[in-house]
Structure formats: structure tokens, C-alpha cells
Write a protein that binds this ligand. Structure first.
Ligand code: PLP
Length: 404
């Protein structure tokens, strides 16, 4: 077994060797500009780009013609949200989203809020889920867009997209879904689920970084987005700029592989995730699963280890790469906004760790992780007076702390 172990697949994934093989010819031999219509070099590149469009489209039951290439899902989300807001401004100025979206949805919505739009950030339930009735109740005659993610990147909860899509259809409101964590890895059908716009990212599916796609429905209804980047009018005018041909080829192949491998990969990864969960829960008291108990992406396990602090815990097993819900990304010492939105107190939010596994995770790595994490938690708890008091049956919420 090779150390360190990678358990941060919700943050990014390695490029699959088969994806890299598909990409390599397009850097040198087949380097043409896909917009060059009058020679062989251009045609070869264009053919590859169109093939990748079909690979990405067919992963979600869409046509390749409905796929727009972008620099990543952050850009896809920006085009979807700001693009619809601009294009349908005459129809209304109200947008509905929810509090635990990725920042790449939250921030464009906040930007629009500062520019005359009205944004409803729906709350989530204790599992991090949004319900179709909430969306229905929030709608007004000014609502032009609903943006709700499929699988949450931090806690793994999967939203009832089909139900929300149906609510949007009732009111003829455009429905955007950030599907970075599920695209190609789980069955998605834009027709069946009533999705009008869908964002995907290359590097979450064993493809290249800096590569994304946006599905834009072409009929029933034909959805239009005002561009953010103006230029040569590429990508149906919605995203100008010479296409990243090797990246596109990689994203297409990555999507195709995920779909092909899904039948085998979904149960395998689910079993490994459950092995990790069961191993930790069997040995450690006072630990809690964050996110939905069943409606969750199969590769994510987010756990709060009460009485230990996430960052210190991570240092206790530095040969395993995970993420913490505490303050690692901010100077503010504020725990994750996602965990706070679930109603977790600071103690639980600060003690959370996200384990996310994937295609190259092995059973041996899972067993090693269980052992390392348990030892680290036990050691930290041994030094914790709070844990000792709790074990003695003292209700910590009733303790009068001297400092107060
Ligand atoms: C990773 C991720 C993004 C951002 O994608 P990039 O391609 O890195 O810009 C957006 N939303 C979710 C849910 C993600 O997991």
C-alpha cells in the first residue's frame, strides 16, 4: 500500500490513464483549432470535439448539441445563473436557490442580489435536503430561475431533483442543477427530471482540471443564456473562445468511462464507504454522521467526532488526505457554512471530517484508515477533560464554566 492515501475525491480526482491516453494526440499531432473550417487540421479537431459533446450529452439523456464547453463548473454555474438572469430580465427578477449550494452558485446569486435581483436562499432540513414544496411555496410571478444542486459536495446529500423539476415545469420556471458530484457517476436524465440547465466538471469525474460543461436545453423550452465572455461567438454565442480540444476530448472520454463503469463502480464504492463507516462506528462512541443517512452520494462520508477538533484530528493521521469542516479554508475560525445550516452546534461542526473515496480506493486503504482514525480519536479524547466529564455522565450543557 502506497502512502499517503488519497481520500478527498469530492475535492478532485486523478485523471484516469485511459482519459490521458485519449487526450495526448490532441496536444501535438492533432493540434488543430476546431473553428478552422477550411482544412484538415481543423476538421480533425472539430470531429473530436463533437464526439465528446455526444459523450457528455448521452451521459444525461441529452443531445450533444445541447452541450456548451466551459473552463469548469464554476464557469458553467456563472453562465447558467447570470446568463438566465440577464436574458429573462423582462420576465422577472426572482431567483430561488438554497443555503448549502457550492460557492460557485451562492456567489453569482449574491452578485445578482446586489444588482437588483431578488434571491430566495431556501433553508435545508437537518439532513441538508431541500423539498419540492419549499420551492413551490417560494415561487412568485417574478420567479425566472431555480438553482438546486444534485449531490452536495460536503455532506453528500442528494436532493429530490425530479420533484423540484416537476414544480418548475408547473410554473414554467427554468431549472438549473449543479451536478458536479453526480454527473456521469449516477443515472441522470434531463427529460425525466425536468432539468433545463446542468453544470458538470471534468476533474470530479477522473478527467482534466479547468474543463467543464453546461447542458442548455434546446427545446421544450429553448433556454437561452446571455454570455459572460464575448468574442467570436463560439458555443452558440454563449461562451466565446478557442476550444480546449485536449481538455474536451478528456472530459468526453471521462464521462463515457464513468457511465460504462457505473454498474460495477457504484456498488463497489458504496461497499467501501460502508465498510469505513461501519468500522468507525463499531469502535468509536459519540460520533455522528452528517448529511442524509440514505439519500447520499455513495463515495462521501462526513462524520463529526465529538470532543475532538477536526484540524487536530487531521494532524493525527497526516498520511491520509481528507477534508475538515472546521476552519481550514478561512482565517475567521468559522466552521463550515454547510454544517452550520444543518443546525450543528460549533462543537459538532468543528469536529467534522469529510472522507471521500473513489475509483482507485482499495479495501486495504479503508482498513488502514479505520485503524489510524480510531487511534487518533482515542488519543485526543484521552487528553480531553470534556470527554472525561461526559463519560462520567456529567451533562456538559449544564456545566457552569468559571470563565463566564
Ligand atoms: C467542484 C464543484 C464545483 C466547482 O467546479 P470547478 O470545475 O472546480 O470549477 C461546483 N459545484 C460543486 C458541487 C462541486 O463539487
Amino acid at each position: 500500500m502506497k502512502l499517503p492515501i488519497y481520500m478527498d475525491y469530492n475535492a478532485t480526482t486523478p485523471v484516469d490513464p485511459r482519459v490521458l491516453d485519449a487526450m495526448l494526440p490532441y496536444f501535438q499531432d492533432k493540434f488543430g483549432n476546431s473553428a478552422s473550417r477550411n482544412h484538415e487540421f481543423g476538421w480533425v479537431a472539430e470531429e473530436a470535439v463533437e464526439k465528446a459533446r455526444d459523450q457528455v450529452g448521452s451521459a444525461i439523456g441529452a443531445s450533444g448539441k445541447e452541450i456548451i464547453w466551459t473552463s469548469g463548473a464554476t464557469e458553467s454555474n456563472n453562465i447558467a445563473i447570470k446568463g438566465v438572469a440577464g436574458m429573462y430580465r423582462d420576465k422577472g427578477n426572482h431567483i430561488i436557490t438554497q443555503v448549502i449550494e457550492h460557492k460557485a452558485v451562492i456567489d453569482p446569486c449574491k452578485y445578482l442580489e446586489q444588482n437588483g435581483y431578488d434571491v430566495t436562499f431556501l433553508p435545508v432540513d437537518k439532513h441538508g435536503m431541500v423539498h419540492p414544496e419549499q420551492v413551490r411555496e417560494a415561487m412568485t410571478d417574478k420567479t425566472i430561475l431555480v438553482s438546486i444542486m444534485h449531490g452536495n459536495n460536503e455532506i453528500g446529500t442528494i436532493n429530490p431533483i425530479k420533484g423540484i423539476g416537476a414544480v418548475c415545469k408547473e410554473r414554467d420556471v427554468i431549472f438549473h442543477v449543479d451536478a458536479c458530484q453526480t454527473f456521469a457517476k449516477q443515472p441522470i436524465d434531463v427529460e425525466d427530471m425536468g432539468i433545463d440547465l446542468l453544470s458538470a466538471s471534468g476533474h470530479k469525474i477522473y478527467g482534466p482540471k479547468g474543463m467543464g460543461a453546461l447542458y442548455v436545453r434546446r427545446k421544450r423550452p429553448r433556454v437561452r443564456c446571455e454570455p459572460i465572455v464575448h468574442g467570436g461567438g463560439h458555443e452558440r454565442g454563449m461562451r466565446s473562445g478557442t476550444l480546449n480540444v485536449p481538455g474536451i476530448v478528456g472530459m468526453g472520454r471521462a464521462a463515457e468511462l464513468c457511465v460504462e463503469m457505473r454498474v460495477e463502480e457504484l456498488p463497489r464504492i458504496t461497499a467501501l464507504r460502508n465498510r469505513l463507516k461501519d468500522g468507525l462506528f463499531a469502535r468509536l462512541p459519540e460520533i455522528f454522521l452528517n448529511g442524509h443517512p440514505t439519500e447520499r452520494i455513495p463515495n462521501n462520508l462526513n462524520i463529526s467526532f465529538l470532543y475532538v477538533e477536526g484540524e487536530s484530528l487531521m494532524m493525527g493521521f497526516s498520511d491520509i488526505a481528507v477534508s475538515s469542516g472546521s476552519a481550514c479554508t478561512s482565517a475567521s475560525l468559522e466552521p463550515s457554512y454547510v454544517l452550520k445550516a444543518l443546525g450543528l452546534g460549533d462543537d459538532l461542526a468543528h469536529s467534522s471530517i469529510r472522507f471521500s473515496i473513489g475509483r482507485f480506493t482499495t479495501e486495504q486503504e479503508i482498513d488502514y484508515t479505520i485503524e489510524r482514525v480510531c487511534v487518533a480519536v482515542e488519543k485526543l479524547r484521552e487528553m480531553s477533560p470534556l470527554f472525561e466529564m461526559a463519560q462520567e455522565g456529567i451533562d456538559l450543557s449544564k456545566v457552569q464554566w468559571a470563565a463566564h
